[in-house]
Design a protein around this ligand. Structure first.
Ligand code: TYM
Length: 330
């Protein structure tokens, strides 16, 4: 049986190269062989404060980015999470069988809640439950994500199993799909940290909308490792390996081929090549992104159709869930 694919990105700000290489690029490849739902997870986005006007803009921006990256709306459904209220409904139900301790262990929660203490929002804490609801609602079995989402996926599996044991076989057990190379793109300024939307350091991330000059500047200024040589060794040479990962994805060359190409070369020449390749990869996508942003009617048609298809599937599952749990009346 074909896997049902589900994944999503938060419309919190502009997407970066980590989002593209860790998630979106996989989605584009997988949609040819599997039915897919790609969601813009705005309910997740509000777990940290958002400007309402910006949020609405970012939702359309992320939709345009999905399309520009190559998601084909004839094959895959693209929709906005909050427009299918069954996500929130299922999240509530799953929250009743999720344990506090399980949520407390989530590293993303620990990172994001930081020193806020008791002021941390409940939504940030229960974020992984909503994520489990997103996935289980459609019986999805394959979830293409970056490495940072593995722990959330593991919890979704635990919640699914627990529900099935308590209420009868209802949910498929999902599996994460992780890229072999590029599942964790690192900051260009600190290769010990992942590239992240919330990083305040401009030079740490490459945004998908950055122009050629900005991309070149950020890559030329990226930190490198001590010593010389272009070789792939994420442990000993994390900064160079990260740049090699970008080059690998942008050029299609293997790590061995890249090492050979730059044998004896300095970091400067290597970075120039990485910048050219990344600019070449993002250029056509940026053009398409602008075209979609200029065509709101088309974007609306696609998101409406996605919402309708998702709602139909979600409601089917929710009827089963409500009956199994004993909610409402016959
Ligand atoms: P978000 O918006 O933070 O990230 C979107 C996707 O980008 C991946 N990613 C990265 N991959 C490689 N290197 C990086 N530096 C990097 N940074 C981000 C993330 O792993 C993710 O795949 N919780 C999810 C959104 C979500 C979701 C879901 C995903 C909500 N519901 C259901 C899958 C299924 C998230 O963190 O999004």
């Amino acid at each position: 049986m074909k896997d049902l694919v589900f994944s999503g990105i938060q419309p919190t700000s502009d997407l970066h190269l980590g989002n593209y290489l860790g998630a979106l690029k996989q989605w584009v490849a997988i949609q040819h062989d599997h039915p897919c739902l790609f969601c813009i997870v705005d309910l997740h986005a509000i777990t940290v404060a958002q400007d309402p006007k910006m949020l609405r803009q970012n939702i359309l921006g992320v939709a345009a980015t999905y399309l520009a990256a190559g998601i084909d709306p004839k094959r895959s459904h693209i929709y906005v999470q909050s427009e299918v209220p069954q996500h929130a409904e299922l999240a509530w139900i799953l929250g009743t069988i999720t344990k506090l301790g399980e949520l407390e262990r989530m590293t993303q929660f620990k990172d994001k809640s930081g020193k806020q203490g008791e002021r941390v929002g409940l939504g940030l804490f229960s974020y992984p439950v909503l994520m489990a609801a997103d996935i289980l609602l459609y019986g999805s079995t394959a979830v293409p994500v970056g490495q940072d989402q593995m722990q959330h996926l593991e919890l979704a599996r635990v919640i699914a199993r627990r529900f099935n044991e308590r209420f009868g076989d209802t949910f498929a057990i999902p599996q994460a799909l992780i890229q072999k190379i590029g599942n964790r793109i690192m900051s260009l300024q600190d290769p010990a940290k992942k590239m992240s939307k919330s990083d305040p350091m401009e030079g740490a991330k490459i945004l998908l909308r950055d122009d050629a000059e900005t991309i070149r500047k950020k890559i030329m200024r990226a930190v490198t490792d001590s010593g010389k040589g272009i070789s792939y060794d994420p442990e000993k040479k994390p900064a160079v390996s990260n740049l090699m990962t970008l080059y690998h994805h942008a050029s299609g060359k293997t790590m061995k081929e890249i090492e050979k190409e730059f044998a004896g070369a300095g970091y400067g020449d290597f970075k120039k090549a990485v910048a050219d390749a990344v600019i070449g990869m993002l250029g056509p996508m940026q053009k398409r992104m602008l075209e979609f942003r200029k065509n709101p009617a088309e974007l609306k048609r696609i998101l409406d159709a996605g919402r309708d298809a998702a709602t139909e599937q979600a409601e089917k599952m929710m009827r089963t869930v409500r009956t199994r749990v004993g909610l409402g009346r016959e």
